[in-house]
Ligand binder design. Structure first.
Ligand SMILES: [Fe+2]
Ligand SMILES: [Fe+2]
Length: 238
């Protein structure tokens, strides 16, 4: 921290601690997802891309923890074991669980994560937070691409059955992503961040919704169309 850095508010501290928890959870989820890919006999390239993401997410958790500590956090992150992984749906083939959860987590989640983190970084001037966001932004691009490569593999190998499966589940998934990113900053709704908070890499909640809408137009619709899935119809079904 330099003398010109604004003091971290309680909101900044809470938000970066929450990010530690989210990044660590992403590591756990991706680790389990990689095991599913191994069980499904996915290509070694795809499996290795997934392993690299696990490593990235652990690094994001460490970098975020450094920011939280600089912001005055002394509490340990709350890590709930039950949430550190993926759930199987009883009686459902592994391939179906992997397809639905993979599309949700990587195609939807990691794709919107790229512009979200770019926007947080735009106003961020506190060096330690900026370092974390620089690394996160760089890696998220690869995490997004992993999702679309995964979907391509699924549709190439499973054909129309996969298009139908994902297409039918898409309205529900889009509803979920809108609920978590569209209305609030995917955390507890506190006061809007101040200008000083923005320098620590926080963003006003209204921007989340605007970025999600832009991502839908620029990424979801064309990228799903490339594999023969109509995201526009799914979005309209809400
Ligand atoms: Fe991450
Ligand atoms: Fe990620």
């Amino acid at each position: 921290m330099t003398p010109t850095d604004p003091t971290a508010s309680a909101r900044v501290a809470a938000e970066w601690l929450r990010r530690v928890e989210a990044e660590y959870t992403s590591a756990a989820i991706t680790a389990e997802f990689v095991l599913w890919l191994i069980r499904l006999g996915a290509s070694p390239d795809l499996i290795r891309d997934g392993l690299r993401i696990v490593d990235d997410e652990l690094e994001h958790a460490s970098l975020s923890h450094a920011v939280a500590r600089a912001a005055g956090v002394e509490a340990r992150p709350q890590l709930v074991q039950e949430r550190l992984g993926l759930q199987r749906t009883e009686g459902q083939p592994l391939l179906v669980d992997a397809a639905l959860q993979g599309v949700d987590i990587f195609c939807l989640g990691e794709t919107v994560a790229v512009p979200l983190f770019v926007a947080m970084r735009d106003t961020c001037t506190v060096a330690i937070a900026r370092t974390a966001l620089d690394r996160i932004v760089r890696d998220e691009v690869r995490h997004r691409d992993f999702g679309w490569t995964l979907l391509e593999w699924l549709t190439d190998t499973q054909g129309d059955a996969m298009r139908t499966l994902v297409g039918d589940a898409l309205p529900g998934m889009l509803r979920g992503v809108r609920a978590s990113y569209g209305q609030s900053d995917y955390g507890e709704r506190l006061d809007e961040p101040t200008e000083a908070d923005a320098r620590w890499g926080l963003m006003p909640s209204a921007r989340y919704e605007e970025i999600l809408l832009r991502t839908y137009e620029r990424d979801y619709v064309p990228r799903f169309a490339r594999v023969g899935i109509d995201a526009r119809a799914a979005w309209a079904q809400e």
